[in-house]
Design a protein around this ligand. Structure first.
Ligand SMILES: [Zn+2]
Length: 66
């Protein structure tokens, strides 16, 4: 029996192109994805996301941020 694969949340498919366009990670650079779920989203009860959250991709280059 195959182990059950986790299912990626729907909202990730919308940001995957942006993530892919980040290019190859560079030393000292970090990218993180901020996800803003609705107040009534089921994720706050430990279940799968039930809303359509706003997302924002944040790129941080520690070499150029000072
Ligand atoms: Zn949600």
């Amino acid at each position: 029996m195959q182990p059950k694969q986790p299912i990626a949340p729907k909202y990730l498919t919308g940001v995957l192109p942006d993530l892919m366009n980040c290019g190859r990670p560079q030393p000292g650079a970090v990218a993180h994805l901020e996800v803003y779920h609705d107040d009534d989203c089921r994720i706050w009860k430990g279940r799968a996301c039930s809303c359509e959250p706003d997302t924002r991709l944040v790129l941080i280059d520690s070499k150029n941020s000072q």
